[in-house]
Design a protein around this ligand. Sequence first.
Ligand code: SF4
Length: 353
Amino acid sequence: MERPIAFTPLLGINLKDLEQVFKVAGFEAYDPSRLLVHYYRQRNPEIDLIEVYPKKLRSYLKEKFHTQSLQPLISESSIDGTNKWLFKSVDGNPFETAWIPDQNRQTVCISTQSGCKFGCKFCMTGSLGFKSHLSVFEVLSQVVSIGKSFSHVVFMGMGEPLDNFEVLSRTLEILTAPWGYSLAARNITVSTVGVLPALERLGMEHTCNIAISLHSPFAEQRAEIIPSEKRYPLRDIIRTLEKIPFRRKRRLSLEYLLMKDFNDRYEHAAALGALIKHLPAHINIIPYNFIPGKPYRAPDPQDAENFRQVLNSYGLRATIRKSRGYDISAACGMMAGRTTLSHELLNKPVLKF
Ligand code: SF4
């Protein structure tokens, strides 16, 4: 029987909040970071084991917080080793998480929304429409509940992370803080179509990597597939990127989904090279994955290679990226949850004690 969430999840609490909790309850003599290190970094949900806290404080914390996380409803495995999980948010909306092992790195690809309101034409999540923002608890549950170790986190699952900026910002804080998961910011990438002014806040307030979904150097064509181009034009996104400090291994990636006979011609590569050659960027050329119901097609491998060489001629570093998890719809642009959760899934317990 699922226990109701009657009190606050500890997952999602930061040091500032916890200091306030200790102060209000009269426990300011004790160090709140002990609890966070124990719970986040040491992955230990047993508050009773923090022996440096008196029994009264431990009892108070156990009444105030639960240490559960959301559990996935379903998991799938790809033949290439990629795994994907379906979660249900506290208010019943679906979202997905992928885990991609690759030699020495294991990457968790997480969602920040159920669905998305940006409606990019090539993206399955966009076709789903917007359902809800995820909370910090729901976003971090994806990292801790899949039972996999990870070295990297990418915000490339369902949703536009900058459209849920406060949640993104706190999640980044907890992932990187010494009292949190202590992950290096250079091992975290936030991918966005470019939401302004949130992009500037991300660039200035955090030091994680940034990936911009670019997909065409021509405003009119980009607006055809990324409707937000009209509100947040690429030229303004580039001006914002020019202000952001990319230092000490912090990486700027420009993602270019290459689609046959749409954006894979010499003139696209040349215009792109001219537009961004002054940026400290790495270009990821991602051959489009055919998605049933979408009008776009995968490019010819030789066209992808020609595209890369034109970018190189502008002095730019460009890589053709292999897609992973295509057979389980975990590849780029394919995450869409299951639009309608079955009665059985809707009633499945989702909390772990
Ligand atoms: S590409 Fe990103 S912003 Fe666009 S619809 Fe998909 S999830 Fe939303």
